[in-house]
Each structure stands twice: as C-alpha cells, then as structure tokens.
Ligand binder design. Structure first.
Ligand SMILES: C=C(O[C@@H]1C=C(C(=O)O)C=C[C@H]1O)C(=O)O
Length: 371
C-alpha cells in the first residue's frame, strides 16, 4: 500500500480511484492499442495469468471498433483514495469554443426529438464538446488532483492516450464491478442541476424524482443493464424504484443492480463488454441511436462515453462510464457532456443540462461558468 498514489502521478501513468481505493500504474509490461473489450477479454485474461499477480488498467472508446488504451503496468501502487487538499492552480484558460454552437445543439435536439416522435427510436444521448485553450500546457496532475478532491464519491481516472493526450475525468457512474462471485452496476439516467440555494436544490431533486419523463428514460437504462447481466447471474436484484444520486454539480436518478455470478472467474472486462454502451450514453434501440448520434454530433466521441477502469488476474475489477471527462493535449482541452433525449425533451433544458455537466471539469480548472 502506498500512502498517496496521486503524489507520484505523472501524465504517462494510469490512475483509477473509486470512493475507497486508488491504483496508479507506471511503465508498461504490455499495452493494447486496438481491440474491443469483447475481443480482448480472453487475451487480457491470459496475459494477466502469465504476468503473475498483475492488473490491466486503461480505457476503451465509445466506438468499440476504435483505438483502445489498456496497459499492464510495470509498477502498480495501490492505496486508500487520496484526499488532496485543493484546489491547486491548473493554469489560465484563454479561449472557449463550444462545438457545435449552442444554437446548432438546440436544432440537433429538436431533430432527434422529431425522429423519436416518428417512432424511429425511443431514446438517444446527444453530446456536445467545449474546447478550451490554455496559455501554457495544461498541468494534468493538477487537474486530476482537483477532480479527486472535488468529487470524493466519483470514479476518478487519468489514462494516457496516443499523441501525448490524457483522458481525465470524475464519473459518477459505475458500468460494472466484479469482486469474487458478486457483480454490481449503478446505472444513472435522468438529471437536474444542483443549486447553491438549499431550497431550490431540494426542489430540483424532488422535481427530478417525480418526473415521469425522467423515470421512463431511466427505466430504459436499468432494463438494458439487467438484460446484459442476467445471462451471467444466478441471482440478480433490480430495485423497482430509482434513488436520487447527488454529485457536487448534478442530481441523477440511479439504480443499484446487484447479482451473484454463475462463474466467479468471468472477468470484469467481459461483463463490461456485455453492457457497453448502455442507453445512458447511447440509446434504445442501440443501432438506431448510434446512427442518430453519428448524424447529429459534429465530432468524434473518442473515449468519451466509453469506459475507464481495471481488471486483475482473478477477473475482479471495475469499469466506470467515461463521462464528466476531458481529453487534455498540451494547451488544448476538450470537455464532453451529453444528455438523454426522449419524446417531449425540451432543447433549451437539454442545452442547460450539458452546460451543468461541463461544470465538473470546469471546476477542476478553477472555473465556474455557463458552459
Ligand atoms: C451522458 C452523460 O451523462 C449520462 C446521461 C444522463 C442523463 O441523460 O440524464 C445522466 C447520467 C449519465 O448516465 C454525460 O455526463 O455526458
């Protein structure tokens, strides 16, 4: 155990922390830059078995055909989740560029809502990005410290990507974790802004909990997660009602799905592959949602809405949905945020929701602003 794995972090390292534990990997015994989670699951399991008590850490993109970033590090430090004092300075942002323009995002939401109301699909998640330019190269370690400090319950991660870029984020959403014979997933869907005013904050939460539209949107995700896990489980518990989940910036509806596995050796990567992408980041039906996303988002999602996490030689591990994240490269930083669109979604409310979701990363940059 290392006192503070974050203190030793360098941008070429891989970092992943849940609310209790942090893992820092440095160097590489083995790296995978291509292959979907499903295609790699057996190969990774075999490499881990051969490497002794090893762990593979990294991220997979939204589009499972695109490049992967998974490593068996040379050195692994594990420790309790660090509680850094913060915030620390990350450097000055000199330019903001939303892609697409906010008006174009409103039009895309309206277009998607029309497709849904035509009966072509039930739900799709539409995202936008905010490109930041900084005066100096971004201090990724400082951003990561601020993300960890500012989001104590989040899955925090930093994964090196090709071309010296780093994916850094603080996701509230667990795609899947596996420990011995137990599996867990914590899908989120349905969102409302937090408010600094405690009365309005409570009202926002109560309105979200009572919203039929948000509950229906949430149910689609829970159903997909339950369907994905059922074949692996001899017992699966799926609560009938969602709970409110609070992050420092957002309220969400969340459901804790828990199961007992038929085979305790099935790997967390195999389980993640069976679930990804859930309708929390893609939609229902999945194929129609991907098509709508491809038509309406004018950028490549890259690792956003993919997954970040780890798997060890026993198959244990955890994968977070890669949201509330940014890709950092030199002086440039690309922040991503999306929201689920269903029949009756209001474009202005959806634009506001994505602005609120940018706040996780903006705060880590020492900023608080309308995205
Ligand atoms: C897609 C994102 O978040 C997801 C979408 C949500 C929603 O549509 O309500 C809520 C939580 C996440 O599952 C994001 O943060 O970019």
């Amino acid at each position: 155990m290392t006192a503070d794995p974050l203190a030793a972090y360098r941008p070429t390292d891989v970092f992943f922390a849940d609310s209790e534990r942090a893992i820092l990997g440095s160097g590489a015994v083995r790296t995978w830059t291509t292959g979907s989670p499903d295609a790699l699951a057996d190969e990774v399991a075999q490499a881990l078995a051969e490497a002794g008590p090893a762990i593979a850490l990294g991220a997979f993109p939204f589009d499972t055909g695109a490049a992967a970033a998974l490593t068996i590090p040379e050195t692994v430090r594990t420790g309790t989740r660090p509680r850094p004092s913060g915030p620390v300075d990350t450097g000055e942002v000199i330019h903001f560029n939303p892609v697409p323009e906010p008006e174009k995002h409103l039009a895309a939401v309206a277009d998607l809502t029309a497709r849904i109301e035509d009966g072509r699909l039930d739900k799709a998640v539409l995202a936008r990005v905010l490109d930041l330019e900084c005066r100096e190269p971004v201090d990724v370690g400082a951003v990561l410290r601020n993300l960890v400090a500012g989001n104590p319950a989040a899955y925090s991660f930093a994964v090196p990507l090709p071309h010296h870029a780093v994916l850094a984020g603080a996701s509230p959403e667990l795609l899947v974790s596996k420990s011995g014979g137990e599996v867990r997933s914590h899908p989120l869907a349905g969102s409302a802004r937090r408010s600094p005013d405690p009365v309005r904050d409570k009202e926002n939460a109560a309105r979200l909990a009572a919203s039929a539209k948000n509950r229906a949107e949430h149910a689609l995700v829970v159903e997909a997660v339950a369907d994905g896990l059922r074949p692996f489980c001899r017992e699966l518990t799926v609560p009938a009602e969602p709970e409110l989940v609070a992050t420092p910036t957002m309220w969400h509806l969340g459901t804790q799905v828990r199961g007992t596995l038929h085979d305790r050796e099935v790997s967390s990567l195999r389980l993640a592959a069976a679930l990804h992408p859930t309708p929390a980041v893609c939609g229902t039906p999945s194929v129609a949602a991907r098509e709508a996303i491809g038509d309406l988002e004018p950028f490549d999602r890259g690792f956003y809405a993919g997954m970040a996490g780890w798997v060890d030689a026993t198959g244990d591990g955890a994968w977070a949905v890669a949201i509330r994240c940014a890709e950092v490269a030199g002086q440039a930083m690309r922040l991503y945020a999306g929201g689920g669109i269903v029949a009756g979604s209001d474009p202005a409310a959806e634009l506001d929701e994505t602005s609120a979701k940018f706040q996780t990363l903006l705060r880590a940059m020492g900023l608080e602003m309308a995205g």
